[in-house]
Design a protein around this ligand. Structure first.
Ligand code: ZN
Length: 483
């Protein structure tokens, strides 16, 4: 039976550098015999003197350990894939191994050669690859959850220029996952914190900061001088903007997104594969998909997804491996599983299809529907101070908290009633159109949606508490714990 045998990286030098070899045999043992006949240098790495499989080598048949089958006697079928998986030391220093870098290092200083030695001794990188990294540049859109690990690893790896676009300040609630920033930077610009941390990590890298929100007016100008763009955004407007700008500039866009326990990653590389619009032609309507601020995110999750983005970026810059082009990687932290979906270029994609209608950057606020619903008029707001004053005057206001029960358990405004946003539509009968309702959530976004739901059902006397429970805690009741 002809089967495909996957050769792991450490053993490829003994198999003429091949990653996969076709070999025939009725059983696993038969295929191994055929394999080492064809590549004799592999023999001592796979088999002991007694001809038995070495104990640090595992064999997987179509992803399953052969020991759970009939071991070496497991019979094979046509098209089976046999993977050789040896133990890999990884992480341990073995002084004296590897090659000495040449003295003529070109544009790498002696310090840089010492710093990047673990790269230089890998045949896939070498000093030439390291020089290539140094000549390269990457733009990170966002210095948040995904941008943090990506920026740290790309800077550590020696990418010559690392640019960051961000306009936010460090908030205490960022620190659970945004590992670029530390406690002493709370309240100060993320860009300054990032620059200090990254320059300390690797002074050989130029850190370039762009203190602005990415917009249709500035995106092309900001991106044009970088080789690769890493999309670490947390909203659909910037995501579509990044996608379109990268396509128009023909730059690879390394995409990542995270929510709760799940992540996605892909590489949208113009003219080589699909774009984000091929995957999602339209954003979900506002309010349907909660943001991380509303739905939460496991702090470690962006470490995994941002790390994948940094990996893909390095591969693109070095020109090695198989980039995630045309593939959507799905990561589920709870199941600890990675799945992969094939993505195809959509011939009718308005951006990268055969008859494109998007030839310049758009109005992404309108496209994503994130502007205020004009026909219904703006949502009427009330400040925490004003609410307190009116309550103290004995005004009859119904306080409705639209957060989730686990948030309610952390803190709440006295006298409020809990009605999570998702349950509102089924509980309209509990509302009375003659009464005035003050909707609130953590910071005001969900409750604005709640106002929309109630308006849609015909209620009119609705106020949204500006800044939510957080504003109440800040301005009225500092004894409340916040999160
Ligand atoms: Zn497309």
């Amino acid at each position: 039976m002809p089967v495909r045998v996957r050769i792991p990286t450490p053993l490829r030098p003994y198999a003429d550098g091949r990653a996969e070899i076709a070999a025939s045999g009725e059983t696993v043992a038969g295929v191994l015999a055929a394999l080492v006949d064809g590549s004799p240098a592999l023999r001592s790495h796979l088999l002991g003197d007694d001809g038995r499989l070495r104990s640090f080598v595992n064999l997987y048949l179509n992803g399953e350990d052969v020991r759970s089958r009939a071991g070496l006697e497991t019979s094979l079928s046509d098209g089976d894939v046999l993977a050789i998986v040896p133990a890999i030391a990884g992480g341990a220093d073995r002084p004296g191994t590897g090659v000495s870098p040449p003295h003529t290092a070109g544009d790498l200083s002696k310090e840089e050669i010492a710093r990047y030695s673990r790269h230089l001794i890998m045949p896939e990188v070498t000093i030439e690859g390291q020089r290539r990294l140094k000549r390269s540049s990457v733009l990170l859109v966002g210095a948040g959850g995904l941008g943090s690990p990506a920026a740290l690893y790309l800077t550590a790896a020696g990418v010559g220029r690392v640019g960051i676009v961000d306009f936010d300040v460090v908030d205490e609630s960022n620190l659970q996952r945004q590992i670029l920033h530390d406690t002493s930077w709370v309240g100060r610009p993320k860009l300054e914190s990032a620059k200090a941390r990254l320059s300390g990590l690797n002074p050989h890298v130029r850190i370039e900061t762009h203190a602005a929100a990415l917009t249709r007016e500035n995106a092309l100008e900001v991106m044009k001088d970088y080789d690769v763009v890493v999309d670490g955004t947390d909203n659909f407007e910037t995501r579509y903007l990044t996608n379109d700008a990268c396509y128009l500039l023909k730059k690879p866009n390394v995409y990542g997104s995270i929510f709760r326990f799940e992540g996605q990653a892909s590489v949208f590389w113009p003219d080589r594969g699909p774009c984000y619009r091929c995957l999602y032609p339209e954003p979900p309507p506002p309010g349907l998909v909660p943001s991380c601020a509303e739905g939460g995110v496991l702090g470690i999750l962006p470490g995994v997804v941002g790390g994948i983005q940094a990996t893909e970026t390095i591969k693109i810059l070095l020109g090695i491996g198989e980039p995630l082009v045309g593939r959507l990687l799905l990561y589920d932290a709870l199941a600890m599983s990675f799945d992969e979906l094939k993505l195809r270029r959509d011939p009718s994609c308005p951006l990268c299809g055969s008859a494109p209608t998007i030839t310049e950057l758009q109005d992404y606020t309108t496209f994503c529907g994130t502007g205020r619903g004009e026909e219904a008029g703006p949502v009427e707001e009330i400040t925490a101070g004003e609410l307190k004053r009116r309550l103290d005057h004995g005004e009859s206001l119904e306080l409705i908290d639209v957060r989730e029960p686990h948030e309610w358990a952390i803190c709440r405004i006295a006298g409020a009633r809990l009605m999570p946003l998702g349950t509102l539509a089924e509980r309209l009968h509990e509302f009375d159109s003659s009464r005035t309702y003050v909707l609130h959530c953590k910071s005001g976004a969900r409750s604005a949606k709640a106002v929309g739901v109630l308006r849609g059902a015909g209620f009119r006397r609705l106020l949204n508490l500006r800044g939510g429970v957080l504003a109440w805690a800040r301005e009225v009741d500092p004894s409340l714990p916040t999160y």
